[in-house]
Design a protein around this ligand. Structure first.
Ligand code: SF4
Ligand code: SF4
Length: 432
């Protein structure tokens, strides 16, 4: 599935530019796993990189202040979740005073046993959208082994160019992050996967890997959803991740290029994850790629990009295919916000669902080999357990089935809701 330019033209040649807002709202639940527990109070002065949220549970991730300044509130705020989410708001004093950092130094010579603890301390989670805790991913469970780490530089979703720019502008840092992860797990093969629609990034990364041990660049055909974890692993290694299994079950770990960059920051400089590159595009006057502090409000980022060029109908956090609709522009970015895409009113109108005509196009379109129309049938009746039996949990929410469906069935949206319900049930220990 490919359009003329997938909405990437307005920003693909826009260099990364820094934007620092005078306030941030840092959510405690930016990662997959239990929300972190705030450890600061209203009125406290915090330094940049200071721990403000302690990890909770096995998938817990540390949260740090992304600016120095005063804490103005510690309270739940409305977010894209069913319930309001706990948040620490900070007024920026623009001094950028850091806490004391503990760098490990050169990724090739530091003690490999200290790399994963440094990543954990830095609060890194997957920055390609999934937000899975990176230190957990890089801790192979008992008996599991990994021989290949793949860096995902595919960025196949529409509108996004943040990873593309990062590969162009800071390729050596990305390779440093990959090498750190390889050394932590004693993995001999590292592959940076890039689609062939990014020739400049391929050139920059190919140059950056010169002389680096065990690292290669793999050029892939441009095809949505090439960047989905299981598809990419198959393309690179020829290995198929079985239904219900993880990449590590086929001896592979995948990280996003931005995550690798954050790993390098954590190892080389001791810096926690407090900023990231986000593509701000769609109906804004000056689309661009902004390096922003975690917790920047969407409206502040949009303002930095000249404001709206048309009356907004919908704001999506993430790419056009897999992103999540924001309730309004008064919500903050997270560690996983790779895009802010503003759609105008006509492009945001919701389409009535038609009845399924059993044409089978959704089945043909599904890269995971699922039966979307049947899964949707069970989802419509809230039979999550039946949907699960049809491998709903393998669904990557890529949107291909919805795109292909002539009846405009709300397939992907239903699967998102169903997966969220199953996750809540699992969390409560009542998985069906
Ligand atoms: S969103 Fe649709 S096409 Fe994509 S994996 Fe899920 S069921 Fe398959
Ligand atoms: S593509 Fe749409 S109409 Fe066709 S089988 Fe799938 S859900 Fe039904």
């Amino acid at each position: 599935m490919r359009g003329a330019h997938e909405g990437k033209i307005p920003t693909r040649n826009q260099p990364i530019r820094d934007f620092v807002s005078d306030r941030v709202a840092i959510l405690m639940g930016m990662h997959l796993g239990a929300p972190s527990k705030p450890c600061v109070a209203k009125g406290d002065r915090v330094l940049m990189g200071q721990l403000i949220g302690e990890p909770v549970g096995p998938l817990g991730v540390a949260v740090h202040a992304s600016v120095s300044g005063n804490v103005t509130a510690v309270e739940p705020i409305p977010y894209m979740t069913a319930e309001p989410m706990m948040c620490v708001s900070i007024r920026n004093d623009f001094k950028d005073e850091w806490v004391e950092l503990n760098p490990l130094g050169n990724v090739e010579t530091c003690d490999p046993a200290l790399i994963v603890p440094a990543i954990k301390e830095a609060g890194i989670c997957g920055m390609g959208g999934a937000a899975f805790p990176t230190h957990v991913k890089l801790t192979c469970r008992e008996g599991a082994t990994c021989d290949t780490i793949i860096l995902n530089g595919v960025e196949c979703d529409t509108h996004l160019t943040a990873d593309h720019r990062l590969m162009l502008e800071e390729p050596a840092r990305i390779v440093d992050g990959l090498r750190a992860a390889m050394r932590a797990l004693d993995v001999k093969r590292g592959v940076i996967a890039i689609e062939d629609n990014k020739p400049e990034a391929i050139e920059a990364m190919s140059k950056a890997i010169e002389g680096r041990i065990g690292v290669e660049v793999a050029v892939l055909k441009t095809k949505y959803p090439q960047g989905c974890e299981k598809q990419l692993i198959k393309s690179i290694t020829g290995r198929e991740v079985p239904s219900g299994k993880l990449p590590v079950d086929v001896h592979t770990i995948m990280l996003n290029v931005a995550t690798a960059h954050a790993i390098a920051d954590a190892v080389i400089d001791g810096k926690p994850l407090v900023e990231r590159i986000t593509t701000v595009t769609g109906c804004v006057l000056e689309p661009g790629n902004l390096r922003m502090r975690v917790g920047t409000y969407l409206c502040d980022a949009i303002g930095e990009c000249g404001g709206y060029s048309e009356y907004p109908g919908k704001i999506v956090c993430g790419g056009g295919m897999t992103g999540t609709c924001a309730p309004n522009h008064d919500v903050p970015t997270t560690k996983a916000t790779n895009g802010i895409v503003v759609f105008n009113k006509p492009d945001s109108r919701s389409v009535e669902e038609g009845p399924c005509i059993r044409c089978g196009r959704c089945v043909e379109a599904c890269p995971m080999g699922l039966n979307p129309y049947l899964i949707k049938h069970h989802c419509d009746m809230a039979k999550w357990d039946e949907a699960k039996k049809l491998n709903l949990l393998d669904c990557t929410l890529c949107g291909c089935c919805s795109y292909a469906c002539p009846a405009r069935r709300w397939l992907t949206a239903s699967f998102k809701v169903a997966k969220a319900n199953l996750a809540i049930a699992a969390e409560r220990g009542k998985a069906q």
